[in-house]
Design a protein around this ligand. Structure first.
Ligand code: GA4
Length: 317
């Protein structure tokens, strides 16, 4: 069942599309504006090689086409990383989705995957894209150049890759799918991403929606050549609330299958996260959040349900 605000507006309403081949200062201005107003934008001409993207997509399709037995046999180091079907997180959330979720620095797991070279190339490429976006952000905010990107570029950065497959509703049965069926199913319930920044791309099937500042859901049109970028909770904290960690969800029609790949760029577990000094002023922008480690935040996050607000716990008032 779909809960919460249900008003849906026109597709792509207010969603910025940022052409990364523009002049550098233009790109950084547009990124910061998008992070402040919606916390979500699309990037085009992003520089990620199309062959890396296509290979990752084709290999993911091949993976999900395997038998359940084969899929559950790939085992990442520990929970919550795994091949999963319907169950999300550890507190009883579920969605009409099957997925592969793993730490990007888990060589033992990656070596079990038949497509580990495609995955490694993809991770490297999207990590570079995230670093570039974060450096452009820092420039426009006039804070030291690698303030954000240094957190996601070390060997112990806690970044995660999630490959989601939202199957058709007749999946796994011999039932002929009624094409007139227009029921929307929750593929992935509303939530914010806990990390710093997320980059996501999908095949040509829609379903992603973001919640705007008027609390209206904006469907995002699928564009396989673009990346969707969203602010995560940690970037909201570091910018002292200036950037918005946007709520989003996936509603699946079940008529055609959606495939998406999300890279969640996170810092090392022991990294201390709090508002950066340049974002705090005593009068206009008093400190909104306490300082905590990513490890503490993550542990707390996993004790809650998907749609719960994790950030409230770390507010100063
Ligand atoms: C949301 C973003 C990522 O998909 C994820 C998710 C994680 C999981 O599926 O295991 C969480 C969810 C996500 C936020 C709250 C907790 C943790 C499920 C859940 C109920 C991999 C992540 O890092 O946080």
């Amino acid at each position: 069942m779909v809960k919460g605000s249900q008003k849906i507006v026109a597709v792509d309403q207010g969603i910025p599309i940022i052409d990364m081949s523009q002049e550098r200062s233009q790109v950084s201005k547009q990124i910061v504006k998008a992070c402040e107003t919606l916390g979500f934008f699309k990037v085009v001409n992003h520089g990620v090689d199309q062959t890396i993207i296509s290979r990752m997509e084709q290999e993911s399709i091949n993976f999900f086409a395997k038998s359940v037995h084969e899929k559950i046999s790939v085992k990442p180091a520990n929970q919550p990383f795994r091949y999963g079907f319907r169950d999300i997180g550890l507190k009883g959330d579920s969605g009409e989705v099957e997925y592969l979720l793993f730490h990007t620095n888990d060589p033992a797991f990656l070596s079990q995957l038949s497509f580990n070279s495609a995955v490694n190339c993809y991770i490297e490429a999207v990590n570079q894209l995230v670093s570039k976006i974060l450096d452009l952000t820092a420039e426009e905010l006039r804070v030291p150049p690698s303030t954000f990107s240094k957190l996601i570029s070390t060997v112990d950065s806690d970044s995660v890759l999630r490959v989601n497959h939202y199957p058709t509703s007749d999946c796994g049965t011999n039932r002929v799918c009624d094409k007139s069926e227009s029921v929307m199913r929750v593929g992935f319930g509303e939530h914010t991403d806990p990390q710093i920044l997320t980059v996501l791309r999908s095949n040509g099937i829609g379903g992603l929606q973001v919640l705007n500042s008027d609390r209206l859901w904006v469907p995002v049109s699928p564009d396989p050549s673009a990346f969707c970028v969203n602010v995560g909770d940690l970037l909201q904290v570091m910018t002292n609330g200036r950037f918005i960690s946007v709520k989003h969800r996936v509603l699946a029609s079940g008529k055609e299958s959606r495939l998406s790949t999300a890279y969640f760029a996170g810092p090392p577990l022991q990294a201390k996260i709090g508002p950066i000094p340049a974002m705090i002023t005593a009068v206009n922008q008093p400190r909104l959040y306490q300082t905590f480690t990513w490890g503490e935040y993550k542990k707390f996050g996993y004790s809650l349900r998907l749609e719960d607000s994790r950030l409230d716990m770390f507010r100063t008032y």
